[in-house]
Design a protein. Structure first.
Length: 277
């Protein structure tokens, strides 16, 4: 099944065996680095929170850029997603409060794939860890590393949906084939309900023919899977993490913040916050 066969936009929230409504889990995945996965995870999460949704962001990248983008130092974090995945620590114990709730990363996470490799059920470690908190959040957004290794497989197995940020250049588009194969494998063997929420064009520069052609190629191949929102190149996305904040806080009235508010509207598709106990 190709990506176009995995099209979804609206999704009803699921419930657990106790009748509690579970928050939606969305992974941001692309094995290519530098495509704005972290930028999108953080700023979309903050845009959701502006709409009164309860949001948890999970930093599953050993580089810890999402953690740093909220003013925390991954090198000084005592407990992180490594402890959750490898040692079974409750995820509540490593969540830090900033603009949003963040399940923080540390450099130790780089050893998680090796540590998990000999464990039974290794692909479901994150899915299991998220279960106790899914009813507390409307959305759980997962930032993944730039690879299709065990950490990313854990993210896809735990997720309801996947959003794929794609840099507007030809070589980035070619990487979608490998991701497509991985998603098909996940659906066949680990998580048959995971669906592609959409493809997000990033690093878009309307002044260049190449960027425009890249978006045209995306739309030609993937049609309605491609979000209407374009994340344009701007220095604001680089400046905001230095201040330990999202671009929505750093430059709230700017075009960079507006882009992620527009994306939030597309992803939410009319959804409203639920009442929490």
């Amino acid at each position: 099944m190709g990506l176009t066969g995995m099209l979804t936009r609206p999704r009803k929230r699921t419930s657990n065996s106790g009748g509690q409504t579970l928050g939606q889990v969305i992974a941001f995945a692309n094995q290519k680095g530098g495509v704005a996965k972290t930028t999108t995870t953080l700023n979309l999460a903050v845009a959701f929170k502006e709409q009164d949704f309860n949001v948890l962001a999970v930093d599953l990248d050993p580089q810890g850029n999402l953690t740093m983008s909220q003013g925390m130092d991954p090198d000084s974090v005592e407990r992180s997603m490594f402890d959750v995945l490898v040692h079974g620590m409750p995820i509540e114990e490593i969540i830090q409060r900033a603009e949003i709730d963040v399940a923080v990363s540390s450099i130790d996470l780089a050893g998680a794939e090796l540590a998990l490799s000999s464990m039974i059920g290794r692909e479901r470690a994150l899915q299991k860890a998220l279960l106790p908190v899914r009813s507390r959040y409307d959305f759980i957004l997962i930032d993944t590393p730039p690879s299709l290794g065990l950490l990313t497989i854990n993210a896809l197995t735990a997720s309801d949906d996947v959003i794929v940020p794609v840099q507007c250049e030809y070589l980035s588009l070619r990487g979608l084939v490998q991701l497509e194969n991985t998603l098909s494998m996940i659906r066949e063997n680990l998580n048959p309900s995971v669906e592609l929420r959409g493809i997000l064009p990033t690093m878009y520069d309307s002044r260049t023919v190449h960027s425009r052609e890249a978006v045209d190629m995306l739309k030609e191949n993937f049609g309605d899977l491609v979000f209407e929102t374009r994340i344009r190149k701007t220095i604001r996305y680089a400046e905001a993490p230095v201040q330990g904040s999202s671009v929505l806080k750093y430059d709230s009235s700017g075009s960079a913040a507006k882009a992620y508010r527009d994306l939030a509207k597309e992803v939410l598709n009319g959804a409203t916050p639920r009442q929490h106990a």
